[in-house]
Design a protein around this ligand. Structure first.
Ligand code: NDP
Length: 293
């Protein structure tokens, strides 16, 4: 069996086109332009690339984007003041603080200073709590992107056994909550899980988010499973060339899975599309407008 390649790039392009249409309609019907503010602290080159990509994606969708670039020496108080300013700015409906932050700043305190209604990353404790208890709220972009791809690939997820590798607050835990909400049976694994391959072989759905290049081997996959590879790892090959790979050995896993996302071109494009989606949703919610997409 050769697995179907789940084309996250194509799915994300379609999603972005519908977001752009919805933004145009919002402009016409309510004279409202959704706005996303991104705060970047320090000069991390990877973060600067992410911020640039977000600006470009916003422009293509008709979403206004605002950027605050602060030096790595910025104090936590100065950053909190900037967040307070953006919380009060009516043109801003989404606020995103690019992570990681310099070590002297308490990232969770900063995230919790964002107005939960503008927390388009879905990392605020209020939005995490809403997700945990099943109330509507803003959902973290990467797990949301995974869910949209799973629904598109499998239809109903009810009763499926989902195995998630990783328990971070930005991927693993919210992913587990979303899949519970879909009535999956969920197993969450982490670095202390024993007999990891026995756990992964039980998954009708396997989601890998551990940040370890090609760690999940082909024979760890349940035959016929759907595999989502969230990991993004840069490796140097024996010939000196460098490549981006996921947490799953794609070739070997493809021989057993029913469907699998590639890296790149799988979950990454969905994350940014869901950020635009969340910004549109936040703008609608703030103005009491029904959100449908
Ligand atoms: P974290 O480092 O925050 O979390 C990694 C998780 O993996 C932890 O829960 C850790 O366990 C677990 N883990 C580490 N090693 C093992 C192992 N050998 N076996 C089982 N579990 C293990 O990472 P993130 O959640 O932020 O990101 C995970 C990956 O996803 C990274 O490669 C990141 O680049 C990528 N990513 C991709 C995105 C995209 O858009 N495609 C978006 C966000 C992240 P423990 O808790 O015990 O330490």
């Amino acid at each position: 069996m050769t697995a179907k390649r789940i084309d996250g790039k194509a799915f994300a392009a379609t999603l972005r086109a519908s977001i752009a249409d919805a933004v145009t309609q919002l402009n016409t019907s309510h004279n409202l332009t959704p706005g996303l503010a991104v705060i970047l602290v320090g000069e991390d080159p990877a973060s600067a690339v992410y911020v640039r990509n977000k600006r470009k994606a916003c422009a293509e969708a008709g979403i206004a984007s605002f950027e605050t670039i602060l030096p790595a020496s910025t104090t936590q108080d100065a950053l909190l003041r900037e967040i307070a300013r953006l919380n009060a700015d009516d043109a801003v409906h989404g606020i995103l603080v690019q992570l990681p932050l310099p070590a002297h700043i308490d990232a969770q305190a900063v995230i919790n200073a964002i107005d939960p209604a503008k927390d388009v990353d879905g990392f605020h404790v209020i939005n995490a709590g809403r997700l945990a208890v099943g109330q509507p709220g803003l959902v973290p972009c990467t797990p949301l992107g995974c869910l949209l791809l799973l629904r598109d690939t499998l239809g109903s997820l009810a009763g499926k056994h989902a195995v998630i590798l990783g328990r971070s607050n930005i991927v693993g835990k919210p992913m587990a909550q979303l899949l519970l909400r879909e009535s999956c049976t969920v197993t969450i694994c982490h670095s202390r899980t024993e007999q990891l391959s026995q756990e992964t072989r039980r998954g009708d759905i396997l989601i890998a988010a551990i940040g370890k290049p090609e760690y999940v081997r082909g024979d760890w996959i349940k035959p016929g499973a759907t595999v989502l590879d969230v990991g993004i790892n840069r490796i140097t090959r024996d010939d000196g060339s460098s490549a981006l790979v996921g947490d799953v050995d794609y070739k070997a896993a493809s021989a057993r899975a029913h469907a699998i996302t590639p890296v790149p071109g799988g979950i990454g494009p969905m994350t940014i599309a869901c950020l635009l989606r969340n910004t549109l949703e936040a703008a609608c919610a703030i103005h009491g407008i029904a959100f449908t997409l």
